[in-house]
Design a protein around this ligand. Structure first.
Ligand SMILES: Cc1cc2nc3c(=O)[nH]c(=O)nc-3n(C[C@H](O)[C@H](O)[C@H](O)COP(=O)(O)O)c2cc1C
Length: 149
């Protein structure tokens, strides 16, 4: 089975999870780049605002998800919502994704992030997982176990 792990990460947490999952599953990885700057105080404030407003953004990514049997998609949580980068990715690629699993990383309040991802994909994912930034190893282990059952 050909698997792709797609992620957006502003500060590296979601990236670490994506890379570990991909390594364990021998999957390809694709990082979604948000062309809008999310750096600094202004970037942070805009990030929360854009996520809350359900804004899309300009993104770049490399792999074609239609070439994969299974696509695992990860995002960080912004104001209890999906990031604009992953919102945009799902809107652009929903028809190309056959089977999906979702994960998000957060400090403890994932809000409606995973439900939003499901609505955007318009398909039920095989798995939805919340990982806490401070308990990342535990979360990755649980996610891998849940994927294998
Ligand atoms: C704009 C912004 C809003 C955030 N909102 C939330 C939130 O609502 N709930 C939460 O638990 N964490 C929130 N966080 C924290 C991140 O979701 C968390 O640190 C995440 O693991 C960061 O992932 P990354 O390093 O891949 O960007 C927020 C972070 C940012 C930058």
């Amino acid at each position: 089975m050909k698997t792709l792990v797609v992620f957006y990460s502003r500060s590296g947490t979601t990236k670490r999870v994506a890379q570990e999952i991909a390594k364990a599953l021998n999957a390809d990885v694709d990082e979604v780049i948000d062309k809008k700057s999310r750096r600094g105080i202004l970037g942070f404030l805009r990030a929360g605002y854009d996520a809350t407003r359900g804004k899309t953004t300009e993104i770049e990514f490399e792999k074609d998800p239609s070439e994969y049997d299974f696509v695992i998609i990860g995002t960080s949580v912004w104001n209890g919502r999906v990031t604009p980068a992953i919102r945009t990715y799902l809107l652009q690629n929903k028809d190309k994704i056959k089977n999906a699993a979702f994960f998000c990383t957060c400090e403890g309040r994932a809000g409606k992030c995973l439900e939003q991802m499901e609505e955007l994909l318009e398909k039920k994912p095989v798995l939805k997982k919340i990982l806490m930034r401070k308990k990342l190893d535990e979360g990755i282990k649980e996610l891998m176990e849940e994927l294998e059952t």
